[in-house]
Design a protein around this ligand. Structure first.
Ligand code: PLP
Length: 388
């Protein structure tokens, strides 16, 4: 018998991948499945980004790169942050990693251990809770409520801080709710954190370019008082439709960047070279494809919200960011898990139960609108047929 490490029993998962596998299996057996489950843009990566990767390979970029990323890319990220958030970041604070997830894994492992507490959003991206549990730290949920449009309240975050709190995780625009925390709430949180100088903050800003109705993103990097303890997670997966390339980055406090780099050396050595050159082309190239994607998400957002609100037992607020709607389905009489199962097996529509994102997701379903307007409409018609 093999003796696996005890902490592995506490490692969770991301149900979206299980649903993706079930949807693929159903599809392979001839069922027409519409996938509103997975959180990835349904657009191809823009052509000039693909070309940059091909060129990098032809130019001979085949070897290891520096573990924290090639210098031109880190400089490119710094320039992009200056443009988007109006902040100056030294490229040495930037660590390029294979996807946004790697930053959260590193940050949680840096602070999580038995006796430590980490505050995380619930409902929230499932990997936060999974890795907190794995680390042995106590996971302290921060409930995100529909009546608050799924934004977090600074007061609620600050109220959860104890002497054992090491790290707070926030995410706006948010997965799975599409909630966006207003700038003044971010201001209050930053101000309140000044009274807790030993607490670090991980701000997951991977959806920061997917904001609607003229909203503007307020980055954690906009608070100079937090510069020594704020980790800002971002990446290429969502903005540039590059989920399969595996490219992300974080801005770390100066003292933590070398630790993140050491974790990278122990784990993956570096992001593959061609992907890094593609990432640079994404930041420096034309924006029309990105703008077109965001416009498409904005249009679908309205379509999906209207259609979901037309379903018996459903109630859905309009998401303010990202590409997820998070309808309340309590009126259907089904639990979130039952709804996920029935919509997939009986209607061929993949969605994700809210409970996959935490206990406060009970009674909700995540519907990704990273699919065509036609498919969204067709999917919701099929769901209506099940409900009637
Ligand atoms: N953070 C959030 C909130 C996400 O929703 C996701 C992906 O779904 C990630 C991070 C991870 O992104 P990546 O695919 O770059 O690892």
């Amino acid at each position: 018998m093999l003796h696996l490490a005890e902490n592995l029993s506490r490692l969770g998962t991301e149900t979206a991948f299980d649903v993706l596998a079930r949807a693929a299996a159903l599809q392979a057996s001839g069922t027409d499945v519409i996938n509103l489950g997975i959180g990835q843009p349904d657009f191809p990566t823009p052509e000039h980004i693909v070309e940059a990767a091909v060129k990098a390979l032809r130019d001979g970029h085949h070897g290891y790169t520096p573990a924290n990323g090639i210098a031109p890319l880190r400089e490119g990220v710094a320039a992009d942050l200056a443009k988007r958030h109006g902040i100056a970041v030294h490229p040495d604070r930037i660590v390029v990693v294979p996807g946004g997830k790697v930053t959260m894994f590193f940050a949680i492992l840096m602070f999580g251990e038995p006796g430590a507490e980490i505050i995380y959003p619930d409902p929230g991206f499932p990997i936060y809770r999974s890795v907190i549990d794995y680390s042995g730290a106590k996971a302290v949920p921060l409930p995100l409520l529909e009546r608050n449009a799924f934004a977090f309240s600074a007061e609620e975050v600050l109220a959860r801080i104890t002497p054992a709190t090491r790290l707070i995780i926030i995410n706006s625009p948010a997965n799975p709710t599409g909630g966006v925390t207003p700038a003044d709430e971010m201001d209050k949180l930053a101000k309140g954190l000044e009274d807790h100088p030993d607490v670090a903050i991980l701000s997951d800003e991977i959806y920061s370019e997917m904001l609607y109705d003229g909203r503007r993103h307020r980055s954690i990097l906009n608070y100079p008082a937090l510069v020594d303890r704020a980790i800002m997670l971002d990446g290429w997966s969502k903005t540039y439709a590059m989920t399969g390339w595996r490219a992300g980055y974080a801005v770390w406090p100066e003292a933590l960047a070398p630790i993140a780099t050491r974790l990278a050396i122990n784990c993956h050595s570096c992001v593959n070279a061609a992907t890094q050159w593609a990432g640079l082309a994404a930041l420096e190239g034309p924006r029309d494809a990105v703008d077109a994607m965001t416009d498409a998400f904005d249009k679908r957002r309205r379509i999906v919200t209207d259609a979901l609100n037309g379903l018996p037992g459903f109630r859905c607020i309009e998401p303010a960011g990202a590409f997820y709607a998070f309808p309340n389905i309590e009126g259907t009489g089904m639990t979130a898990a039952e709804a996920q199962d029935r919509f997939l097996s009986e209607a061929g529509v993949a969605t994700i139960a809210g409970t996959s994102f935490g206990d406060h997701g009970a009674g909700y379903l995540r519907v990704s609108y990273a699919n065509s307007a036609e498919n969204i409409t067709r999917a919701i018609e099929r769901m209506a047929a099940i409900l009637s």
